[in-house]
Design a protein around this ligand. Structure first.
Ligand code: FAD
Ligand code: SF4
Ligand code: SF4
Length: 478
């Protein structure tokens, strides 16, 4: 049925419909509607079935994209789901929140001239349909093994590893200091990009498949790391990076200047129905306020759009580079602009004004200079260009660093890189401590969900091999 494909010459690209701006800015539900079956088929049929699919090459999971697009175009959705879920533990999540414009879709060959195939939207459609139709099977293993693996962190890296290890028959316990499963999927990324039911559904799927969760359990605090090592045959550290990068300058400590993740976690908790005193008191609530967000990454985009939904009076994003050089997804910038966010490009804060709380940010204009050794243009201050932006809530979204892991885990021998991320052997995923592996942001630094999934899956394969060898374990190899 190959004639169904290659339709890009006469079928234009159509992304799923967005809810109207006034409707979506009033709640935290996802902004994109789901494809209907005809649109999913038609959009899939635009694929030119490349012999060397650059889309797959630029997907961190090497997803077999042309194959599931063809199956979708032919209406063979269950098979499309089988193929897409073979390489991706959470395709419906990646379909929603991968920055496709920088990954698969940005490298689709028909992008030049015809606009890319809407790969992410089809991936989401196929898996959502699979859930609706009951095609998503429970996690099963051929036999139960007595060996156990402890995973620290219930974010995408830890969860992807948990699924893969459970399928091999391991007894898997995932520990998390939070009270819910998902890491940044549940408490970082807002519902308008990823509705929380989607994450909760996957947490249940893992739990039903035999993964044990021990929540409200801070490893290094409530339970010593050494105790975990003694309890399990292998340990995976997938704790992410959470130490916010700070801002300096006069007035930086004024009340009303808050870290991005505190703000987003509060908003997500409130949306999940928790009673959050800092939201109720107004400390971490943008309602009626003039909000300034500092930063240009995904976190900053999530903060500005959360503030819009909380009913902020104005929302301004200050970023020291220009639009073309911002790290956040351009699609999300467009969505934020549509929702009324003002972007002040090439502007950086130099001081925070106010007596007993912040009332304004004094910013200065920047210009982009010559590229440095990494190829990134320097940013230089334009002298005498200061200006004030009124603010009664300032949200700092300048990125995250790892906490001091040897200190947090009481393991002074645990080796870290000069950036504080855990040092692992890139092939075995093992740290310098025997039987202790690491994956996700705590190894890469702040990255993407799709990379965390990839790392979790790869680390699980290495843990399996390690246990087989170190425990003289024959069963798994049979
Ligand atoms: P995390 O998701 O951070 O999970 C780590 C888990 O470990 C957490 O649950 C934490 O509670 C737990 N933990 C930490 N220390 C301990 C301890 N000592 N004991 C027990 N548990 C512990 N990526 C995208 O691809 N698309 C996006 O749109 C996107 N938006 C983002 C928006 C925001 C606001 C942020 C902050 C990040 C965003 N990212 C996005 C990045 C993405 O969320 C991360 O790269 C990804 O979640 C990393 O996965 P992880 O499993 O390594 O860590
Ligand atoms: Fe694209 Fe992400 Fe899906 Fe890969 S996982 S195909 S990068 S949306
Ligand atoms: Fe299809 Fe684009 Fe991938 Fe080529 S690069 S196989 S056209 S999705």
């Amino acid at each position: 049925m190959a004639e169904k494909m290659l339709q890009f010459t006469h079928l234009t690209q159509k992304t799923p419909e967005k809810r109207s701006i006034s409707e979506r800015a009033a709640d935290f539900d996802e902004i994109y509607k789901k494809f209907d079956v005809q649109s999913a088929k038609a959009q899939s049929s635009r694929c030119s079935q490349c012999g060397i699919p650059f889309c797959s090459i630029h997907c961190p999971l090497s997803n077999n994209i042309p194959d599931w697009l063809k199956l979708t175009a032919e209406g063979r959705l269950e098979e499309a789901y089988e193929i897409s879920s073979a390489t991706n533990t959470f395709p419906e999540i990646c379909g929603r929140i991968c920055p496709q414009d920088r990954l698969c879709e940005g490298n689709c060959v028909i992008e030049k001239g015809f606009e890319s195939v809407t790969i992410g939207a089809v991936e989401r459609y196929v898996t959502d349909t699979a859930f609706e139709k009951g095609w998503v099977k429970p996690i099963t293993c051929l036999r139960e093994l007595t060996f156990s693996v402890g995973i620290i962190g219930a974010g995408p890296a830890g969860l992807a590893a948990a699924e893969a290890l459970r399928r091999q028959g391991y007894q898997v316990t995932v520990y998390d200091r939070h009270d819910r499963v998902g890491g940044l999927l549940i408490y970082g990324i807002p519902g308008f990009k990823l509705e929380k039911d989607i994450v909760i559904r996957r947490a249940k799927w893992l739990s039903d498949g035999g993964v044990t969760f021990e929540l409200n359990t801070d490893i290094g605090g409530k339970i010593p790391f050494s105790e975990l090592r003694a309890k399990h045959d292998a340990v995976l550290i997938a704790t992410g990076v959470y130490k916010p990068r700070e801002i300096g300058g006069p007035g930086a400590g004024l009340p009303g200047i808050v870290p991005a993740l505190d703000y987003l976690i509060t908003s997500n908790r409130q949306g999940l129905g928790d009673s959050v005193p800092d939201f109720d008191s107004g400390l971490l609530n943008a309602q009626g306020k003039k909000v300034v967000v500092i930063g240009g990454g995904d976190t900053a985009m999530d903060c500005v759009r959360t503030a819009v939904r909380q009913g902020a009076e104005t929302v301004t994003c200050l970023y020291r580079r220009d639009r073309a050089n911002m790290p956040g997804s351009l699609r999300e910038v467009g969505n934020a602009e549509d929702e009324g966010v003002v972007f002040d490009w090439l502007a950086a804060p130099e001081a925070f004004l106010g007596d007993d709380k912040v009332t304004a940010v004094r910013a200065t204009r920047m210009h982009l200079g010559l590229p440095d050794a990494s190829g990134r243009q320097s940013v230089d201050v334009i002298a005498g260009s200061s200006f004030n932006v009124e603010a009664d809530l300032v949200i700092k979204a300048l990125g995250f660093d790892p906490e001091d892991m040897p200190l947090a885990f009481g393991e002074k021998d645990l080796k870290v890189t000069r950036w504080g991320t855990l040092k692992t052997d890139p092939r075995s995923f093992m740290t310098n401590l025997p039987g202790v592996f690491a994956a996700g942001d705590i190894v890469r630094g702040a990255s993407l969900v799709v990379w965390a999934i990839r790392d979790g899956r790869d680390a699980a394969a290495q843990i399996n091999e390690y246990i087989q060898v170190s425990q003289g374990f024959a069963q798994a190899a049979e």
